[in-house]
Write a protein that binds this ligand. Structure first.
Ligand code: SF4
Length: 63
């Protein structure tokens, strides 16, 4: 499973990083989220799905 954040859509709500702190962090420059590693470990897949559900901007893509 791969995870990506669209930086053009992300508004920096931080909800993804609160739900899945091992998967997402926020950039100091603009406060937008990014995937720490696009390859999601199997044990983090539930957290990744929860982050997708939590994002009000639908900025997170799982594939
Ligand atoms: S919850 Fe969505 S909009 Fe908010 S920081 Fe995370 S990816 Fe960006």
């Amino acid at each position: 499973m791969k995870v990506r954040v669209d930086p053009g859509i992300c508004q920096g709500h931080t909800l993804c990083a609160m739900n899945a702190p091992e998967l997402f962090a926020l950039r100091d420059e603009d406060g937008h989220a990014y995937a720490i590693d696009e390859d999601v470990p199997q044990e983090q897949e539930g957290a990744a799905r929860e982050a997708v559900r939590s994002c009000p901007e639908r900025a997170i893509d799982l594939s």
